[in-house]
Design a protein around this ligand. Structure first.
Ligand code: DGL
Length: 264
């Protein structure tokens, strides 16, 4: 038994998908969530900046005595995690490996698409794993999606989000992928619009796969909590927009506290 909290972080709202799944799978866990809303987006930044942000995010969560950290961010998982994980003594998890494995099981025609931030797609990390697994893949950067989500353009019929989906997802239709990986954790929030533009495909949500994998790892290691579950939310900018959108996404009211992430 280990009643220390689980740390989850993202550049903003995207990691809430991991929180939602962890709450379902591990209702006794305390979760500390950090959304770096003052520095979002991460996906247009250089690898060095993303690594610096990721280190600070992990240090902030460590200051809350977490037992493990999940980078609920495709960008950090693709660009930074391998380089920084040996700097910390606690286990750090990402969202790439399980999503890639799941897509390899799900595809019928062996053609998988990866959509993500510019940094994630430039890293080629998903595509390398899919190639090793024997699939053909196409990577498409969809940088506007993050801003659309952070600004609340999340209704499935929102005309701006629909137009961006049509523009960005056209190459995936031409490629004929039957299994798109939503390789940025912000993207499942607009998955209904994505599915309207790509009908009949199976979208892979990395948050779900990563939460399942973390739950299995903690259980196998005897590291589950038997206390009562709760979530504390922290952000690096004024919390109002985060709270409003988190409430829509999670279906419950949340409170969030602003912290100074540059101190960590
Ligand atoms: N949600 C993040 C990801 O999964 C980051 C998006 C961004 O900040 O650009 O990539």
């Amino acid at each position: 038994m280990d009643s220390r909290p689980i740390g989850v972080f993202d550049s903003g709202l995207g990691g809430l998908g991991v929180v939602r799944e962890l709450k379902k799978l591990l209702p006794n866990e305390k979760i500390i969530y950090f959304g770096d809303t003052g520095r979002v987006p991460y996906g247009t930044r250089s690898p060095d900046t993303i690594k610096k942000y990721a280190r600070q995010d992990v240090r902030f969560l460590l200051s809350h005595g977490v037992k493990t950290v999940i980078a609920a961010c495709g960008t950090v998982s693709s660009v930074a995690l391998d380089d920084i994980k040996d700097e910390f003594t606690l286990p750090l998890f990402g969202v790439v490996n399980d999503a890639a494995d799941c897509s390899l099981h799900a595809t019928k025609n062996g053609k998988i698409a990866v959509i993500g931030t510019e940094a994630t797609i430039s890293s080629g990390v998903f595509e390398k794993k899919l190639k090793i697994g024997g699939a053909d893949s196409i990577g498409v950067a969809c940088p506007l999606f993050v801003s659309l989500v952070e600004c609340g353009f999340i209704d499935e019929n929102d005309p701006c989000t629909m137009a961006a989906c049509k523009k960005y997802l056209a190459p995936i239709k031409s490629f004929g992928a039957d299994t798109p990986i939503l390789g940025c954790t912000h993207f499942p929030i607009i998955s209904k619009t994505i599915s309207k533009v790509l009908p009949g495909v199976v979208t892979i949500d990395p948050s779900k796969e990563a939460a399942r994998s973390l739950a299995a790892t903690l259980s196998a290691g005897g590291m589950l909590s038997s206390a009562s579950g709760s979530v504390e939310y922290y952000v690096s900018d004024e919390p109002r927009r985060f709270k409003d959108l988190a409430q829509i996404f999670l279906g419950e009211e949340v409170t969030a506290e602003k912290i100074e992430i540059e101190k960590y």
